[in-house]
Design a binder for this molecule. Sequence first.
Ligand SMILES: Nc1ncnc2c1ncn2[C@@H]1O[C@H](COP(=O)(O)OP(=O)(O)OP(=O)(O)O)[C@@H](O)[C@H]1O
Ligand SMILES: [Mg+2]
Length: 296
Amino acid sequence: MAGTKNTGRSELPGLETPKFGPTGRPLREFADPAPLKSHGPARIISLCNQKGGVGKTTTTINLGATLAGYGRRVLAIDFDPQGALSAGLNVNTHDALTIYDLLLGSAKDPSAAIQHTSVEGLDVIPANIDLSAAEVHLVNEVARETILARVLRKVSADYDVILIDCQPSLGLLTINALTASHGVFIPLECEFFALRGVALLVETIDKVRDRLNPAIELDGILATMYDPRTLHSREVLERVVDAFGDAVLETVIGRTVKFPDASVAGRPITQFAPEHSAAKAYKQLARELVARGAVA
Ligand SMILES: Nc1ncnc2c1ncn2[C@@H]1O[C@H](COP(=O)(O)OP(=O)(O)OP(=O)(O)O)[C@@H](O)[C@H]1O
Ligand SMILES: [Mg+2]
């Protein structure tokens, strides 16, 4: 037809050129998760990377909110004395029971520490700076690595997924989180030093599997703060995929100022800017994790 460009194979039925996502794999749509007929026991997932500022807390908040939007009952654990998760979800940390009280045993019932958030179906156990003293207090405890696991066992039946937002360290708190978990996600920022330290993290997960928690699985590596306009970001992602192959989730979270803006507003991006591509990326992440079987 006059004026029609020859676009080659893509015009032949059944031979459409596949579109590739940022991780180099063909782009796929993941189906909306089917509603659950019953709830619990929870699959427990740690978001872990000893490198700071890679998107652990942002992912805990937004993945949690999105899974709750899909009808999952989600409990987020703030396991960082900085309390960024608690602040990001706008919950009380001052005159409230926190995860510290539960670890130390000064509060016995974890449900007393649970707070609801503005997102229906997303609850949180908060933390504040008290938690920074926990490692020192717990160091002489019997079975000090399994304390969080014992706390979470008491509430696991009420939730479909429990997300633990770890602090940027591989100390005793993070070992507690890994020991309590069925799976671990590693958020990685797409910048030059992203891979530094990941070998040590993987080694730590292997040690926990060997000595404390034989069932723990690496659920996936999530590339965050990806900027497709920079060669640098694309190169880093390529190296991450070379190093970790299919463990790298197909969903990639782009870099956008909407995240800091949403944090200031104390709301997940799915509420703050539901039509923004970043909110859509977290929805896609939730669907991919359900498709992979990491979440019910
Ligand atoms: N995709 C993104 N694009 C732009 N900014 C982001 C993105 N994800 C997170 N941020 C911002 O980067 C900063 C660090 O993110 P976040 O707090 O989630 O990282 P973290 O790994 O939990 O950090 P820490 O190790 O200190 O706990 C925050 O200011 C957050 O708003
Ligand atoms: Mg954090």
